[in-house]
Design a protein around this ligand. Structure first.
Ligand code: GLA
Length: 378
């Protein structure tokens, strides 16, 4: 990827760029909890977006997306976002950096990536974090702190891409560390690195390669449900709610919002259970909570789909230790905690059965936990 970016940059802009990269992410457990002030447990993976960037002495940003073979330019003082969706991420990062008092000068960029799109691995956070990190390194002497970089990406989603997301994806992409997962408390922003050394197990992603594009922003709707319930219970976020509190106000909450809150409140405890279990090396408990999370995401939070439920069923039938839908939902991947000796059989069974039912095989990615945003040596 490095060579390709450098040569495309030379061809287009006639000089050699500096290279930056940032990663996609997985999340072991703690789904749809970030915007509820809860806990998440992500890690960066060995699939990234890489950009070659160089200051160009103008007040213009000129960017080429190698994968889409698409070019876009915009002025640093322009307020209207570009037409192309992908360019809105770069545009948003520039605007949000400037809004926070950071410096952005005109630059040229070529970028490419190998984070599968629509798989729930946060290719958009990888793109945002790559450019936010680069702006900090190139123009701000790295004075913008890492949480600000993550927030620049998150605000880009909110203000230029219409997704009212939490902080997890950008946090993972910026803070990711090789061989470590991270537990983030999304309310206090305290975090802790956990060495992820699951001897005898593998983490495997099965990408259903389906993405159900739903018209009415279901992600934002889930968030609104949670906020409504929190307001009814008189707490800032569902992080501060218990099942007892929810039951006590049951008659003031719609059935749908109630189910959403049941899931979120349960998930808070499941993440903590997983943290304890990991410290004991108790992967059976980790896996059990993953299955419970899937059930909650499917039945109460209703962000799964038949294809992902089917992959989850196959995992259960094959005796896989833990399995669940990962990320925002409505398609994408399941994340599976699989004993080494079951790995090959599980993959071949899942491919065969899924293909029989849906006419294509899922993609399989073995998870390698890697570093997040970084400068790359040319
Ligand atoms: C998406 C969002 C995240 C998070 C997850 C669900 O990936 O970008 O902020 O809410 O969904 O856990």
């Amino acid at each position: 990827m490095k060579e390709k970016i450098i040569s495309l940059f030379k061809e287009r802009f006639g000089s050699e760029p500096v290279l930056y990269a940032s990663s996609g992410r997985i999340n072991l457990i703690g789904e749809h909890t970030d915007y509820n002030g809860g806990f998440v447990f992500p890690g960066a993976i060995d699939k990234c977006i890489m950009a070659g960037i160089k200051e160009n002495g103008s007040d213009k940003v000129r960017v080429y997306s190698a994968d889409l073979d698409n070019y876009c330019e915009f002025g640093l003082n322009e307020e209207d976002k570009p037409q192309e969706q992908w360019a809105c991420y770069v545009f948003g990062v520039c605007r949000e950096t400037i809004k926070r008092g950071g410096i952005v000068k005109g630059f040229d960029a070529v970028f490419a990536g190998n984070v599968p799109l629509g798989a729930g691995l946060s290719s958009s956070a990888a793109l945002e974090s790559c450019f936010a990190f680069a702006m900090n390194d190139m123009f701000n002497d790295n004075k913008i702190d890492k949480f600000e970089l993550a927030k620049i990406g998150q605000s880009t989603e909110h203000n230029y891409c219409g997704v009212n997301c939490g902080i997890m994806d950008q946090f993972a992409s910026v803070f990711g560390k090789k061989d470590h997962l991270m537990r983030l408390d999304c309310r206090s922003l305290e975090y802790k690195y956990y060495p992820f050394d699951a001897k005898g197990y593998k983490l495997v992603l099965l990408d259903s390669r389906v993405k159900h594009e739903l018209v009415d922003s279901p992600y934002n709707k889930r968030r609104e449900s949670c906020e409504r319930v929190a307001a009814t219970l008189g707490v800032e976020t569902l992080r501060d709610a218990s099942m007892q509190m929810l039951e006590a106000s049951r008659d003031k909450i719609s059935d749908e919002d109630y189910k959403r809150a049941v899931y979120v409140i349960g998930e808070k405890q499941r993440v903590l259970d997983v943290c304890d279990a990991l410290e004991r090396g108790d992967f059976e408990t980790v896996g059990d909570r993953m299955y419970k999370t899937h059930e909650g995401l499917s039945k109460d939070y209703e962000v799964s789909c038949v294809e992902l439920d089917y992959l989850n069923d196959i995992a259960r039938e094959c005796g896989v230790t833990g399995s669940r839908i990962m990320g925002g939902g409505f398609g994408g991947c399941t994340i599976n905690l699989v004993k080494d000796e079951l790995h090959d059989e599980f993959i071949s069974t899942a491919k065969r059965k899924f293909n029989e039912k849906y006419g294509h095989e899922p993609m399989v990615y073995d998870v390698i936990i890697s570093d997040g945003a970084r400068r790359v040596n040319n």
